[in-house]
Design a protein around this ligand. Structure first.
Ligand SMILES: [Zn+2]
Length: 209
């Protein structure tokens, strides 16, 4: 896709997601969802589902194998369990997004840090999915937009401070009608958000007419 993917489109939803809060919405085929890291270095945990067949959902392993890369960037697909492309990254001013580290939760933070943030992205996903008839069994291995998880040749990995700058954004074209669910990560106990989580902005651009 050449040029500006959002040119000529109207913004039909424009929402600020506060620190530690979830959000969800249906993005129709041909629409674009833009995620904006307003202050930089903020992780957005993200899942998506075929709106008409929730079993056909974002699948991390298929996404990694069909993109041939563990990081997401421009032109990468978000592939489903049944190998359908649910969404495509059509703009990315950050350059690297994590597919392997999964989300934070109160339970895993208690194990790795001996304390927690009082909430986590796992719980946020469960809360938001419950609005759409889904539940904890529907939380899959998620994308972390704007989170940087370098993997060494030994396989060692860990979170490094995020690379995103204030105003960086990623735009996702819906290839199918999708339910998008995200958590603006509340994690203060590691580097994912530089120790200080910040708000993010969500915009949905209507389909081109
Ligand atoms: Zn989190």
């Amino acid at each position: 896709m050449g040029g500006n993917p959002t040119a000529g489109r109207e913004i039909r939803e424009d929402t600020i997601v506060p620190v530690g809060e979830p959000w969800s919405g249906v993005i129709k085929a041909g629409e674009i969802l833009r995620l904006i890291d307003l202050e930089g270095q903020q992780a957005i945990d993200f899942l998506c589902y075929n709106e008409h067949d929730s079993a056909d959902r974002y699948n991390a392993a298929n996404t990694i194998k069909l993109n041939g890369n563990i990081y997401l960037g421009k032109d990468a697909g978000l592939w489903s369990v049944k190998a359908h492309k649910l969404m495509t990254v059509v703009e990315d001013t950050c350059g690297s997004h994590d597919t392997i580290y999964g989300c934070c939760s109160v339970a895993v933070d208690d194990v790795r840090f001996g304390e927690n943030n009082g909430k986590g992205c796992q719980g946020n996903f469960e809360l938001e999915l419950s609005k759409h008839g889904l539940n904890e069994k529907d939380v899959a291995a998620n994308i972390n937009f704007f989170m940087y998880v370098p993997v060494e040749s030994s396989g060692a990995l860990g979170i490094s401070p995020g690379l995103s700058k204030a105003g960086d954004y990623v735009s996702l074209l819906a290839n199918q009608d999708v339910l998008a669910v995200l958590s603006n990560c509340p994690e203060r106990l590691n580097n994912a958000a530089g120790g200080e989580p910040t708000p993010v902005q969500i915009q949905i651009y209507s389909g081109q007419t």
